[in-house]
Design a protein around this ligand. Sequence first.
Ligand code: 13P
Length: 250
Amino acid sequence: MARTPLIAGNWKMHLSPAEGAALVTALVPAAAATTAEVLVCPTFIGLAAAANAAAGSRIQVGAQNCYWEPQGAFTGEISAALLKAAGLSHVLLGHSERRQYFGETDQTVNQRLVAALEVGLVPVLCIGETLAEREAGRLQEVLRQQVTGALAGLDAARLATLVVAYEPVWAIGTGVVATTAQAQEAHAFVRSLLVDQLGAAAAAAVRILYGGSVKPDNAAELMAQADIDGALVGGASLKADSFAAIIAAV
Ligand code: 13P
């Protein structure tokens, strides 16, 4: 099954609105020159400026999180419905930094995912094990729990747009990239979990991105693997030259 690659930049808590807009503008030629989908995920405060800069280009803009209630007395939160109304296309969910620092659980990821699907945002579900979990031989158990927890109650029809990002926590921001064999093995396992949940045809259509120290010099080899359908890039997505080089590596 041919899957359109997706190259996504997670800007985390970096870049002012003006800096983000300038970065988007600088990335327009790279996005025009690839058949891959290109996505940037600025901070909430940078979304509008990035979306304006991306208008008319092949660059899509998504958020890094959303709340599940559509509106209400939830000070400091942003709903999936509000993101959709702002013209955004995607939302990252369950990033390991959300799990680690902000109490995100598989259950709250599931609630956010349901809300995102409800309004037509493409959910990018982030999963991945810590080094301690990997070393304890718990890789498959952790991934199974994260996937089944996040997708609980959802069937193939509702998950038609689902994107998964496998991001081993030990590879995030560390400069330590998973080997291509480690990454492909984990991706193939995640796809087998998706087969269990969605059936073979729907699972074959899901893009599974790799994230964790993706750089221009390792992107091509990672993305050449059978079950790696793109990248979720942190640090290297903050500079036009490195992110453009990763886009060009597809
Ligand atoms: P780095 O590319 O900086 O390792 O970050 C990966 C990541 O967390 C993307 O969501």
